[in-house]
Design a protein around this ligand. Sequence first.
Ligand SMILES: CC(C)(COP(=O)(O)OP(=O)(O)OC[C@H]1O[C@@H](n2cnc3c(N)ncnc32)[C@H](O)[C@@H]1OP(=O)(O)O)[C@@H](O)C(=O)NCCC(=O)NCCS
Length: 189
Amino acid sequence: MTKDLQLVSPFPREHHVTLWAWMREFPSSNLDDYGPKNAEELGKSLTTKQQAGEKVYLVVYRGRPVGAIGYARVSTTEGVFRGVCFAKEVHGSGVAFEAVRMVLVRAFRDGVGIVLAYAFADNIRIRKFLRKFGAIRKLAPGLPSSMRGGKVVQTAVYGIRANDFLRAMQRLEVRGGSSIESEAIRGAA
Ligand SMILES: CC(C)(COP(=O)(O)OP(=O)(O)OC[C@H]1O[C@@H](n2cnc3c(N)ncnc32)[C@H](O)[C@@H]1OP(=O)(O)O)[C@@H](O)C(=O)NCCC(=O)NCCS
């Protein structure tokens, strides 16, 4: 599947509206009371993030835009996902899995030892999804909560260590160049 997927960055402006539509498919997974309220605000926030050095990828599958992944390296040892959202039509197809796997391979090759992801604690999809990459969920007390629809919503943080990622990929027997990638990651782990 890797050859059918492209990670395009910077995120093309003409797809701000597309991403906003994907985020609106599951608003309670993607939006709190403080974030963007429309495609224009989303676009401004993406521009600011990218100017600050964050990677925002448009994921294109067989020529069609299907999702977005935000990623930032925050220190020599740590990277953070800054939002992962795919069109409902590709959920469960393995496309999101493969695209996120590609970003993780890049991150670990780049030398980080752990990639974190923050999400609403009640987002079961992302919890199950990240576990496939070897993520460990940490429910740190004192982790900032947010407001969603005027109500407090807890945040969960997930951590994917290079070693755990490698083991998870070996378990799933991901193929298609993964042995080369595994070697590169092993160096960083
Ligand atoms: C999170 C996301 C990228 C995962 O991609 P995906 O292709 O759906 O992922 P997968 O199918 O591999 O895994 C999702 C798991 O959640 C399960 N799931 C889906 N809907 C569910 C629901 N309503 N309740 C419980 N589990 C659910 C699926 O069955 C699957 O588990 P399984 O593989 O054990 O059967 C995608 O669902 C998405 O873009 N969601 C909206 C945005 C979002 O929530 N982003 C995270 C916040 S930053």
